[in-house]
Structure formats: C-alpha cells, structure tokens
Design a protein around this ligand. Structure first.
Ligand code: UD1
Ligand code: M6R
Length: 372
C-alpha cells in the first residue's frame, strides 16, 4: 500500500522518521536520577561478553547493507577499541579470506536472504566465528542461521532501492557500538551525547526531508548528465558510496562514490567545467580537509554541489563559486550519515522520475538477490 505516495521508494524515504522511531523503540533507556543512559539490545545481551573478547569484528554484506556497515565502522572502532574490518560477501568467498574462531562476524542484510551473504555466513560458521545478524526480516534464513542478532524493525521495504533499511541499519549498528562499549567511564560523555542524539534523530530526519523540492530542482538541473561524482570521507565516505549507488541503480546514471582522500591519486584528472560533483562537507573532524578538497576542485573549475551543515554555507561556497549548497541539520558526527543520505535519496528518486525510469523496479535488478 503506497498510501498517498506515487512510488514505494518515495513512501519509504518519507517514512524514515517513523521507521527510525520503531527501530529504536524499547532499546534506548533514558536513565533516571541514578541510572545512566544506555541501550538494550535484547538479542545480544547474552553475547556481549564474548563479542568484547573477540580479536576482531568483521562486517559482511552486499550493496547498501555493506555501505551501512561502513558508515558505522568508525564509531564501533572508537567505542569498542576492537579492530573492525569490512568484507563484501562475494569477495570474502572469492578469496576464501581468513575468518577465525576469535572473530565476531556481523552479517548485515535487509532481506536476510541474499545468497552471497548467506554463503559467507555458512563459511564463517564452518570457521567457528561468533556470527551476529543485523536483519530486517524476522524468520529469514540469515536471522535463523546466525547465533544471535538484532532485527532492525524498519518495516517491510518494497522498493528495490534500499532507503529506510539503510538508515535503520546504521542506527542499529551505532547502538551495537554503544552496547559493546559498555559503561566505560572514559567515554561516558560521548555515549550519552550519542544516545541524546538518537532520541532526537527522527526529528532531524523530518527536517531534512523538507529539502524535497530543493532536490527536485537539483534533479532538473542534472537530468541530462552522463555522470555524477560524489566525494566523501570519514563518517561520510559511506554516504558518497550509498548516494552514488542510489543514483546508478534507479536513475540509471553513471555515478561514483569517491573517498576524498584519494582525490589526488587519480580522480582529480576527471574534473573539468562540465562534470557535476557532489562534495559532502558537513561539520566534523574532517571539515577543514574537506574545505581544502572543495578549493582544489574549484581550482580545476569543478561544477560543485556541496552538502554542508546549516550555518556553514559561507565557509564552503567560496564566495558563490559552488553551483549549489545543500544545508542539512548537524547531529553527532557518527549519526550524520543518517541525515546526509536523505537528500541524496531524494535526488536519486527525482532524477529517476524526471528521466522516466521505473523507480521501484529498476531494469535488471531484483529486491532480493538469491543467486550468486
Ligand atoms: C524481542 C521480540 C519483540 C519483543 C521484544 C520484547 C521477536 C522477533 N522480537 O525483540 O517482538 O517486543 O523482544 O522484549 O520476537 N536474531 C538473530 N539473528 C538476527 C536477528 C535476530 O539470531 O539476524 C535473534 C536475536 O538474538 C534474538 C531474536 O532473534 O534472540 C530476536 O531479536 P530481536 O527482535 O532483535 O530482539 P528484541 O529486540 O529483544
Ligand atoms: O537484502 P540485503 O540487504 O542483503 O541486500 C543487499 C543488496 O542486494 C542491496 O542492498 C542492493 O544493493 C540494493 N538494491 C541497494 O539499494
């Protein structure tokens, strides 16, 4: 049921304030006078000790689910102190990469049925790792075969392009980081700030959804382009990858997410006055580095579309040199990817509609990829 919306993708983008609320329901504890703010993940509470003792945490997934794990990686490293590595499921299998008994392997899958992820799970089980699922589908094969896990509870996702599952996955993995981090005094203030931010996150997503018309206007500007680059770094490298995945899979436009730190190692050669480039430069510890990326792209006459935190427009637009500035509300750095992806989802949606393609069922793709 699409309700008042024309497409499932549109509905699922706009219902993110609600899906995020459901994801967090019953799992955040505000704390009374003597109780600390904390998170409770029912499916993991008996396994946290084992996870904390593991030598490494390995995230495994495909497509958008992989990108969500990439977005959560920095906060998990920070709060757990455990090395976190990333594996695209098919690549892990191609290499038969090492997975050990001392590893915690986290399988991220909206459908819980993706063949590559499932086969990687079977491989990790054989190797004796603790296998944790982050899934949206209760009763799915990945949910059943993992030792334990967390349901993201985002509600059924119908559009082939994953949108609301992505933001709920990031929130669950941030909560996972908080749960593994436990109650160490050293990062108590940081943890409480993140929990406060989680409570308010649905409101921030509601705010950023108001950019709908602005993104439609931007889509009109880009409708006939061949290609669109997206530069991100740190917490928002994942935003660049996921934004470009949305654009290519539904709008059928070539798009590439690029790690801004790699710019001079190749991608800079592509920059000219015609190729549009989205730069994600919201305020965090990498901000000044991103400002310098903007300057260098501008020096090569790049056609820049910059996403920045509200109030930073002047600091990123180089006196009007950028063709567009997208201002978003600022949240805790580790949750900023949840806010930042929304305008890019809207952009991909409007580009698709304007270009006349099928939004909910892009050619050649299936919602659940059950063959390798
Ligand atoms: C559970 C109930 C929820 C109820 C809540 C009350 C289910 C599915 N969930 O939610 O309806 O409101 O208790 O406290 O009945 N699991 C995996 N792999 C996965 C995902 C989950 O093994 O990929 C396991 C978990 O370890 C857990 C069970 O499935 O044993 C349910 O997980 P989840 O729904 O996340 O647990 P709760 O949030 O506690
Ligand atoms: O169901 P899963 O999360 O395991 O699916 C993984 C990918 O197939 C999926 O995210 C795919 O990349 C989407 N079409 C992206 O929008």
């Amino acid at each position: 049921n699409k309700g008042n919306y024309e497409h499932y993708m549109q509905k699922e983008i706009h219902e993110q304030p609600e899906s995020l609320t459901t994801t967090m329901r019953g799992r955040l504890i505000r704390g009374g006078t003597c109780k600390a703010k904390t998170v409770l993940l029912g499916g993991l509470k008996d396994h946290l000790k084992t996870i904390r003792r593991s030598r490494r945490i390995v995230f495994i997934g495909c497509g958008t689910s992989y990108n969500a794990a990439l977005a959560a990686r920095p906060i998990l490293e920070e709060l757990s102190g455990i090395p976190v590595t990333m594996e695209i499921a098919s690549d892990l299998l191609d290499r038969q990469g090492p997975i050990y008994r001392e590893d915690t392997a986290v399988f991220v899958s909206q459908s819980g049925e993706t063949a590559d992820t499932l086969h990687a799970l079977e491989y990790a089980l054989q190797n004796g790792a603790l296998c944790v699922g982050i899934t949206n589908t209760v009763g799915s094969v990945i949910a059943r075969k993992t030792h334990c896990g967390v349901h993201i509870n985002a509600g059924a996702e119908i559009g082939v392009a994953s949108t609301k599952a992505y933001t709920s996955q990031i929130v669950v993995m941030a909560m996972l980081a908080l749960a593994i981090g436990g109650d160490a005094i050293s990062n108590q203030a940081r943890r409480e700030a993140i929990i406060d931010c989680l409570f308010d996150l649905p409101n921030k997503v509601r705010e950023v959804l108001k950019l709908d018309q602005e993104m439609k206007d931007l889509a009109k500007l880009l409708i006939a382009e061949q290609s669109l680059l997206m530069f991100g770094r740190g917490y928002n490298y994942a935003t660049a990858l996921e934004g470009s995945l949305k654009v290519k899979e539904v709008a059928l436009m070539h798009s590439e997410g690029i790690l801004a730190g790699e710019m001079k190692h190749g991608p800079l050669a592509l920059v000219d006055e015609s190729l549009p480039i989205v730069v994600i430069a919201t305020h965090d510890a990498c901000f000044s580095k991103q400002q310098s990326v903007i300057q260098q792209l501008h020096a090569r006459k790049g056609r820049l579309i910059v996403m920045c935190s509200r109030g930073d427009a002047a600091a990123v637009s180089l006196g009007g040199a950028c063709s567009r500035v997208i201002e978003v509300p600022q949240v805790e750095d580790c949750l900023q990817p949840v806010v930042n992806i929304v305008p890019l989802q809207l952009l991909a949606y409007h580009l698709t509609v304007l270009r006349g393609y099928n939004v909910d069922q892009p050619r050649n793709l299936a919602k659940s990829v059950t063959t390798e």
